[in-house]
Design a protein around this ligand. Structure first.
Ligand code: NI
Length: 173
């Protein structure tokens, strides 16, 4: 098990589109376990493979308070979204320290495959529905700040770039 490096916005690799997964093998099992460990360590409630620079349709999620309800969604598709919408203050491990309101479907039904390739369906509402839609956006190269106004997005970009420059300086000592 190893911890993976999470790409930070505005890294261009966050805008790549993920390919579907066809091999449910040992390599995939290791990737899932590394992504779960990385998400729990961060800590975060969800992580898409895109965020660790692997451009394949894989998401891990755990919205439980006990942090022991890991969900693995491979090749996920939204098969139903409620017309009812909700606004939720979202954050993202690739956009550290930034939280802002995003409007999305309040409930979704998703079809996905598990680590063995078995297909299953999931009904989600509340935080889980938010999280699934947020992570699925990562797989098409979309980061939640893209829902915000250009003004806000540019402020976030400058703030994160500045932080990154400062971090680099610190590392060089
Ligand atoms: Ni995210």
């Amino acid at each position: 098990m190893s911890l993976l490096t999470i790409l930070r916005y505005p890294d261009v690799r966050l805008h790549k589109r993920a390919k579907s997964i066809t091999a449910f093998d040992e390599r995939l099992a290791i990737l899932i376990s590394d992504m779960a460990a990385t998400m729990y360590e961060a800590p975060g409630v969800g992580l898409a493979a895109t965020q660790v620079d692997v451009h394949e349709q894989l998401i891990v999620i755990d919205v439980s308070e006990t942090r022991d309800q890991l969900l693995t969604l491979i090749n996920p598709e939204i098969i139903w979204a409620s017309p009812e919408r909700q606004i939720y203050d979202e954050g993202c491990l690739s956009v550290p320290g930034i939280f802002d309101g995003v409007e999305r479907a309040a409930q979704v039904h998703v079809r996905a495959q598990d680590a063995t390739g078995k297909s299953y369906e999931l009904k989600a509402e509340g935080l889980l529905a938010v999280c699934i839609q947020h992570e699925m956006d990562h797989l098409i190269g979309k980061v939640f700040v893209e829902y915000l106004s250009p003004l806000k997005r540019n402020r976030i970009k400058s703030k994160l770039l500045k932080e990154e420059r400062e971090l680099k300086k610190e590392r060089q000592g």
